[in-house]
Design a protein around this ligand. Sequence first.
Ligand SMILES: *Cc1c(COP(=O)(O)O)cnc(C)c1O
Ligand SMILES: [Zn+2]
Length: 362
Amino acid sequence: MNVHYQCHTCGTTYKVNPYIWKCTCGGVFDLIKGNVSFSASMVDKNTPSMWRYNAAMPIDRTFWKNITMGEGNTPLIPLEENVQVKVDYMMPTLSFKDRGAAALISKAKEMGVEHVIADSSGNAGTAIAAYAKRANISCDIFLGEGTSDKKMAQVKAHGADIRVVKGSREDVAEAAKRAVEEEGKFYASHVYNPFFYEGTKTYAYEIWEQLDEMPDTLIIPVGNGTLLLGVYYGCKELLENGLIDKLPKIIAIQAENCAPIAKAFTSGEQAALPVENTGTLAEGIAIARPARAATILEAVRQTDGQFLTVDEEEIAHSRSVLAGKGFYVEPTTAANYAGFLKYNRSMNEKVIIPLCGAGIKV
Ligand SMILES: *Cc1c(COP(=O)(O)O)cnc(C)c1O
Ligand SMILES: [Zn+2]
């Protein structure tokens, strides 16, 4: 599959190259693939992981087959009538980030990369560290001081060098970007690298294959929007190939204490202004200045979706309600269920809620 980068802001195109990660104008890259042609017969039924949709992904089998740990192919479980959870914490590193990390690191290996840098609030860093180790790529992960001990231990266990940065989540990202420039290393960013979304889009492909259609509505958490945008790209590809007949509504969830995109959505803006993160249990979605906010707003509007915010009490309460149903999730994931409880669903509307991160991570 022939692909190139295109700046989302100014439209400049670039050849894919391991050492560029944003446009000279500062804009983020979209991955341009032309039309992705895909049909049900192209699902690789012998591969019980997200790689069964490899025909729709610009990533070569030679590289992922040595790196994969069977990520994806997660179960859909009924919660109540018309409502299912997709248990995406059933992953090698216990969060959905494995979808994106497996794709991104496979691509990095294909490009001959030997050293990567990433920054994270925890789960993305863990996933990048694990897959980098499998690919025999050395790895530095930038984490904030406040990162949960368990997430920190998980990253360390995979042999990554942890660089702890004082300050906000944005300060952590800035430090990582500086190191990428100064040390000339590959930026394995789940936010900036478009190949990460080639992994997260399999969340949509799986639901389509599991149900033979799409539900009316997908609840999706949003910090940087890596699951949301992956799902949006995946659904668009399924639609273009006539495999579904409309885009499911995306209901995007943010924590009330850090909700820059929800705010922009409500006031009809095309872009989001940074907010102050006033602190939330949902640390995995606490992104005050999301780099892809404009695309996320476009995506939610395109699907006729909406944004909902949830407060701390709702998040804590939802975590125990889910545990009471057998699902032990991290607080960030409880926000998804809290958002679902607030969503004013119509009769017979079918909804899927993702359970993105395991409870023992925090
Ligand atoms: C990363 C993460 C999110 C949010 O994903 P974004 O890409 O930042 O929108 C939600 N839940 C969990 C468990 C995560 O690890
Ligand atoms: Zn540009």
